[in-house]
Design a protein around this ligand. Structure first.
Ligand code: KMT
Ligand code: NI
Length: 178
């Protein structure tokens, strides 16, 4: 399964792993209970991969594009990375597939603690609409990712606090009993 862990609270470089000592790993089942789902695919064949095709079809991921996150490739690199690392939510699921490199997604658990999810090449993840999260590169400073979406993409993000949004309240309610 995908590797995830509870974060320390040090203000050090966001690109470092920030593992607690001793480490507190988070299992795929714990991620699922928060509405986070993961697949491991073969990124070498992403252009023709029947497994990816099957996921896209069954889940309605009709839209896709590719973003290269590197200082020489991404316009307004510094600003965007800063934005990505602001705690926020979206009105729709955030679906990302790492084609090259690696990166971290941080999500809040139900007690508002940060969980760091290590995304490496071949990892496809869905973060549920309404979950508070953020994104950062790691110390390798490079990732190429496919962005997937159900229908026309909406990239708008709402920085925390966004607790009055209906999608937030729906998400919090969905955690009851999970
Ligand atoms: C977001 O909304 O958090 C992002 O789009 C993250 C960067 S894309 C890999
Ligand atoms: Ni986001």
């Amino acid at each position: 399964g995908i590797e995830a862990w509870y974060m320390d609270s040090s203000e050090e470089d966001q690109r470092k792993p920030h593992k607690l000592s001793p480490p507190r790993p988070v299992s795929p089942e714990q991620l699922q209970a928060l509405g986070v789902f993961h697949w491991k695919l073969n990124a070498d064949i992403y252009e023709t991969d029947p497994e990816l095709e099957q996921i896209r079809k069954s889940r309605g991921y009709s839209y896709m594009d590719i973003i290269t996150i590197h200082k020489d490739k991404l316009p307004n690199y510094e600003d965007k990375l800063k934005m990505f690392y602001e705690e926020h939510l979206h009105l729709d699921d955030e679906i990302r597939y790492i084609l090259e490199g690696r990166a971290y997604f941080d999500i809040r658990d139900r007690e508002d603690r940060w969980i760091r999810i290590a995304m490496t090449t071949g990892d496809l993840i869905t973060l549920p609409a309404g979950i508070y999260h953020r994104f950062t590169l790691d110390e390798t400073n490079y990732a190429k990712a496919m962005r997937l979406f159900v229908g026309e993409p909406v990239w708008k993000s709402y920085n925390r606090p966004a607790d009055d949004f209906q999608i937030r309240q729906q998400y919090v309610a969905s955690l009851q009993g999970s």
